[in-house]
Design a protein around this ligand. Structure first.
Ligand code: MRU
Length: 348
């Protein structure tokens, strides 16, 4: 995607190849700051503290982080320790484990001196694959959007999305936002309702930033507004990304997704989940077994934004202790279809 007219991926190797360059997503949209990560520990911290985020992108950060561990020490012990350190950063998105396992299995048979270069090259290939997967998801989603728009051709297709499953959450294009970009580019009129996505506001800050940058008509709504809009017929479909889909089709995604799925079900609004195969966890039977990340209550109790002078300020929004589960599970029965790189699955 383009920033100020220049094409960028969300993650890329540094010029010397030894590190990676990512956007510090905590500062978007107020400041666009690229940072370089050059050690396993800095990658782990960037994932935990959510400089970088979104299931596919944190997987790529983890893959490069493991390559950096091997650049310091190519031993089996360093490989296993790096894998464990990076895996412990965030528990819910299965993509992180998927990428770390791939790198570990890829380099284990190699001589120690060759492991770091092989790991970096494999991580590069995972990034390229992520872009291809997202393009394919976009194409299948676009075909679906065309069908839905044909039912109401006189008005824009009104799409509601939650959290950020755009290019900032992946290497490029995004999952849930990929078909929206393609639809907009081919002239299909789309309008996006962007859930603010408390507590970290990935919708209001990141999805809105992406859509504005691409010129896609959108409006940010309070998380509580979606139900009313669905009742009013102002939502043609809901589309979200996901951090893990279990063997039975349950969908783990950003907290609040479940409530949107319930409202969509009650109002006959189709609810779609966009995902690559890297997000499927066949080893886990259902969403009940997925570890739900619990983050610090400060993310609920405090908000950061610029004052009128443009200075970033952090203010309290409650005087009480807060609880902060970061994900929820939407049962498969509430999902109309899964938009994957292979096509749309589960359509009636
Ligand atoms: O806590 P985050 O911001 O990493 O959560 C991200 C989400 O829940 C996304 O919707 C999900 O990872 C899909 S991203 C393609």
């Amino acid at each position: 995607m383009k920033l100020n007219g220049i094409p960028h991926r969300s993650i890329a190797r540094t010029a010397d190849g030894a590190g990676i360059r990512i956007l510090d997503q905590r500062r978007l949209p107020w400041e666009v700051v690229w940072v370089e990560l050059r050690s396993t520990e800095s990658c782990a911290a960037a994932i935990s503290e959510m400089w970088t985020r979104g299931a596919p992108l944190l997987a790529m950060t983890g893959a490069y982080g493991l390559a950096m561990a091997l650049a310091e020490d190519g031993s089996d012990a360093a490989l296993d320790a790096g894998h464990a350190r990076l895996l412990a950063t965030r528990p819910t998105a299965i993509n992180l484990r998927w990428a770390l396992d791939i790198i570990r299995e890829h380099v284990r048979p190699l001589p120690e001196r060759d492991r770091a270069a092989a790991a970096f090259a494999r991580a590069d290939a995972l990034c390229d694959e992520d872009v291809a997967l997202n393009r394919a998801i976009g194409a299948h989603g676009l075909a679906l959007f065309r069908e839905l728009h044909a039912k109401n051709p006189g008005r824009p297709l009104n799409i509601l999305t939650h959290c950020n499953a755009g290019w900032l959450a992946t290497v490029d294009y995004g999952t849930a936002l990929a078909p929206i970009y393609l639809a907009h580019d081919e002239g299909l009129p789309v309008h996006v309702w962007v859930d603010e996505t408390r507590p970290r506001n990935q919708g209001a800050l990141l999805t809105a930033f992406e859509l504005a940058g691409h010129g896609v008509p959108h409006r940010v709504i309070a998380d509580n507004a979606g139900g009313l809009l669905m009742r009013q017929g102002a939502v043609d479909l809901v589309i979200v990304g996901t951090d893990r889909v279990t063997a039975n089709g349950d969908v783990c995604n950003k907290i609040g997704t479940y409530l949107k799925a319930l409202a969509a079900h009650d109002n006959g609004v189709p609810f779609y989940v966009a995902l690559p195969y890297t997000t499927i966890d066949r080893a886990t039977a259902s969403g009940e077994q997925v570890p739900i990340e619990e983050r610090g209550g400060d993310e609920v109790a405090w908000l950061t934004g610029p004052d009128d002078a443009g200075t970033l300020r952090t203010v309290r929004v409650t005087a009480s202790p807060a609880h902060n589960p970061a994900f929820d599970v939407t049962p498969a029965r509430l999902v109309t279809g899964y938009i994957t790189e292979r096509g749309v699955l589960g359509q009636p």
